[in-house]
Structure formats: structure tokens, C-alpha cells
Design a protein around this ligand. Structure first.
Ligand code: 3HC
Length: 300
């Protein structure tokens, strides 16, 4: 993980993050680590508390590993204000929306932001497969809307995909590239097609692994071991799906399949069954594997 810095560029100092689940809290942490003032917005007090726990847990891990002192942790957390008041985003230079993958919810948030944010603010969505163009039309300034797709865990993974729509202003793209580079991230730019670059390539492979497991061709451990030890991947596909969240993975596959009709992306039936049964991966304690805590090693 890159070291902490204390200053943000003068032109961008305050960043709003809407939704403090795994991705939103990770994104808030990345900005705060790099000296930005962060306003984290959640729907209700329960969401705020969950966001606080994510942030304390993730930064606490860095303290335990002696990558950060307790004072730096307190400073970092001190840069993040958590609230249920969307109005607080009037102070933001950049807003990153990271709520659930629902087009209706995202559109309603972008419509609400119209009456709140400054005219010169940039609005970004962290969608992993929905249409950025469609989300942008809910706002009166679609030219200032862009996609920024972080990868899980956001504080660790260096890639961020930037999705420009046909109406994204070139200056907005330049500014967002600059901010992401300032965070130590590696931005890549692509057009607005479900799955963007990485998920389009990754999810066919993940879905195939699920089908292999569903068909009892090999055990989960052997499928994962094959890709870790044979191909040098940091995690096997089933463990990675547990990290991503099976509900999120299902939504991504379903959206890509509906848009592209590539049968590689037709979600394996067992994925839907796991989601319906509440087996969502690490975040619920059980997916393909069972976990003691969201980040703990595999137990069963
Ligand atoms: N949150 C924050 N930091 C974390 C973390 C988490 N959940 N998990 C691990 N880390 C940090 C650790 O603190 C450590 O930091 P340090 O180097 O500063 O000490 C570093 O990551 C390495 O962690 P570990 O030594 O505990 O474990 P590993 O070396 O096994 O790495 C991993 C864990 C980073 C998760 C690694 O296995 C990995 O990169 N896995 C692949 C993840 C991946 O492919 N992500 C992309 C998913 S697709 C996606 O996000 C798109 C979306 O649309 C679904």
C-alpha cells in the first residue's frame, strides 16, 4: 500500500463519498490517506455505523502491521466526516457515488445531487457494470458526470477504470485522471459498455469456475489452487468471488449478459441460489467458503 501523504492539490480538497459499504468505505479511506477531507454519506444511522466499522477495521489492520501509527490512524479518521445529510455535499469538489448496483437508486441520487452540489463539482459513479450515460442523464449537468471504477480492496488495488461517456467534458476527464494519479492509482480510460475492461475479461473466467464447481468437476480448494499455484493469481476464482460478494458478482454478470448476450456471462445457476439463501461471501460470513470475520482466513 502507498504511504500516507498530508496534502491534497489545492483545486481538489474535499471529496464526498455516497454509500459506505465495502467499496465506499475503501474509497473514503484512499482519499483520506492522501490528505483529502472526506464527507461520507449514508442513508441511515445503521449505514453510518457500518461505514465507521469498515474504516476502523481497515486502518486498524494497517496499525497492527506497523504500516501506520495510532496517531496517523486518528488523523486519517479525523479527516472523514460521516453523516446522513446529503446537504453536506455542497462543500465537495468531487462526489463519488458507491451505493448498490441499482440503476434506479443511482439515478435518484444523481437527481438529488442537482440541488445540492456546486456547479463546478465533478460527479462520479463507482458502478461496475451499469450505464454511466444513463446515470448521468438523471443530472442536469451530464457533461460533469464520469465513471470511476475502483477495485476491491480499494486501498490495495492500484487500478481505477475511468469511464467517459459521449458527453463527458474533456476537462472533467483530465481532472479526474489527475486526482487518481495523485492517489497513487493507475487510471485507465474506456468507453461506456457494461463490464468495462477488467470485469468483461474477469467475469467470464469467474463464472466458468462456478460452473465447474457446480458440476462437481473439482473441489473448491482444487479449483482455487489450480489458478493460484498454476497461474500465479493472488487468489483462486471462488475465494475471489467471496471477496467481491456473490450478490455483486451476480448483478455484474446479469447486467453484462443482458447487454452483450455472451453466454460466458450467463450467471451460473448456483450463484443465484447462494444469493437467495443469503450466502454472500465474506461480508455475510459464508459463500463458497466460511469465514469467522470479513477478513479472516477460511475456517471451513
Ligand atoms: N482492505 C484493506 N487492505 C487490505 C485488505 C482489505 N480487505 N486485504 C488485504 N489488505 C492489505 C493488507 O493490509 C496488506 O497491506 P500491506 O502490504 O500494506 O501490509 C496487503 O493488502 C496484503 O495483504 P495480506 O498480506 O493480508 O494478504 P495477501 O498478500 O494475500 O493479499 C489481497 C490480499 C490484496 C486481497 C490479494 O489476495 C489480492 O490482490 N487478491 C485479488 C483481489 C482482486 O482481484 N480484486 C479485484 C476484484 S474485481 C473488482 O473489485 C471489480 C468489482 O467491480 C467487482
Amino acid at each position: 500500500m502507498p504511504p500516507m501523504t498530508d496534502t491534497a492539490p489545492a483545486s481538489f480538497s474535499t471529496v464526498g463519498v455516497i454509500g459506505l459499504g465495502t467499496m465506499g468505505a475503501g474509497i473514503a479511506e484512499v482519499f483520506a490517506r492522501n490528505g483529502y477531507t472526506v464527507i461520507g454519506v449514508e442513508l441511515n444511522d445503521g449505514g453510518v455505523e457500518r461505514g465507521r466499522q469498515h474504516l476502523e477495521h481497515s486502518t486498524g489492520r494497517a496499525v497492527k502491521r506497523e504500516k501506520m501509527t495510532e496517531e496517523q490512524q486518528a488523523e486519517l479518521l479525523g479527516r472523514i466526516t460521516l453523516t446522513t445529510d446529503m446537504g453536506a455535499l455542497s462543500a465537495a469538489d468531487l462526489v463519488v457515488e458507491a451505493v448498490v448496483e441499482s440503476l434506479a437508486i443511482k439515478k435518484s441520487i444523481f437527481a438529488t445531487l442537482d440541488g445540492i452540489v456546486r456547479d463546478d463539482a465533478i460527479l462520479a459513479t463507482n458502478t461496475s457494470s451499469l450505464s454511466v450515460t444513463e446515470i448521468s442523464t438523471a443530472n442536469s449537468r451530464p457533461g460533469r458526470v464520469i465513471g470511476v471504477h475502483f477495485f476491491n480492496p480499494a486501498p490495495v488495488q492500484n487500478l481505477v477504470e475511468i469511464i467517459r461517456t459521449v458527453v463527458t467534458e474533456p476537462a472533467v476527464l483530465d481532472a479526474v485522471q489527475g486526482v487518481l494519479r495523485d492517489l497513487g492509482k493507475n487510471p485507465v480510460v474506456c468507453g461506456d459498455k457494461a463490464g468495462f475492461i477488467a470485469n468483461t475479461l474477469l467475469f467470464g473466467y469467474l463464472n466458468h469456475a462456478v460452473s465447474m464447481y457446480e458440476g462437481k468437476y473439482a473441489s473448491r480448494e482444487d479449483i482455487d489452487a489450480a489458478m493460484r499455484f498454476g497461474c500465479g493469481y493472488p487468489m483462486g476464482p471462488l475465494a475471489l468471488l467471496d471477496l467481491i460478494g456473490l450478490d455483486t458478482a451476480y448483478e455484474i454478470l446479469d447486467t453484462m449478459y443482458k447487454q452483450g448476450r455472451d453466454r460466458l456471462h450467463a450467471p451460473a445457476p448456483i450463484l443465484k441460489q447462494y444469493v437467495t439463501a443469503g450466502l454472500l461471501g465474506r461480508k455475510s460470513g459464508r459463500g463458497f467458503y466460511t469465514y469467522e470475520a470479513p477478513d479472516s482466513p477460511v475456517v471451513v
